[in-house]
Ligand binder design. Structure first.
Ligand code: HEC
Length: 150
């Protein structure tokens, strides 16, 4: 057999490899898209998604998308929008117990009413913009913070 006769075989192998790659990529992209499609945070679909998230970062990304944090906070975490940029937020709350940050995300207005120093500082700068309230678990908040800081 000379080299010329081997060419079709070579072409067929390359084509087969490309097809397999294309299928793998399509499936991966579809999974990613499914994962990021918003579902209500209280739905069984959301609970299922949290349970199967491959990492805290992915879980946090899903929380971010489902809760629409990005409608007020810039997704690049660096520039202000209608709400402050969130990059470095854990640092800005480092002087207080972690629970204070959870409390802020669950109900910022309550923390402002309780005269929490960091909450008052934010309110002074950003009022009358009010942040939405969120019924999120500690774990979900930790995940979204992980996503924010990455
Ligand atoms: C409706 C707009 C809106 C949405 C949606 C929103 N926020 Fe906010 N957020 C604000 C505003 C405005 C402030 C600034 C304080 C204020 O005015 O109450 C803020 C402040 C914060 C802070 C404090 C920042 C700092 O520098 O200390 C954190 C943390 C935060 N938001 C997290 C989140 C997360 C996480 C989500 C999604 C789960 C979210 N926010 C969704 C409007 C929003």
């Amino acid at each position: 057999m000379d080299a010329k006769q081997l060419l079709p075989l070579l072409y067929a192998s390359v084509a087969a490899i490309l097809v397999v790659l294309a299928i793998t990529l399509t499936l991966a992209l579809r999974r990613e898209k499914e994962f990021l499609t918003p579902v209500p945070p209280t739905s069984p679909a959301f609970a299922q998604r949290m349970a199967t998230a491959p990492s805290a970062y992915q879980e946090g990304k899903a929380v971010w998308n489902n809760s629409a944090c990005g409608s007020c906070h810039n997704k690049n975490m660096k520039d202000d929008m209608t709400a402050p940029a969130l990059g470095g937020v854990t640092e800005r709350w480092a002087a207080y117990p972690r629970e204070d940050l959870y409390a802020w995300i669950r109900n910022s207005q309550r923390l402002i009413a309780e005269k929490h120093p960091r909450a008052l500082e934010l309110w002074e700068k950003w009022s009358p913009s009010v942040m939405s309230r969120y019924d999120l678990t500690d774990e979900e908040i930790e995940a979204v913070l992980e996503y924010i800081e990455q």
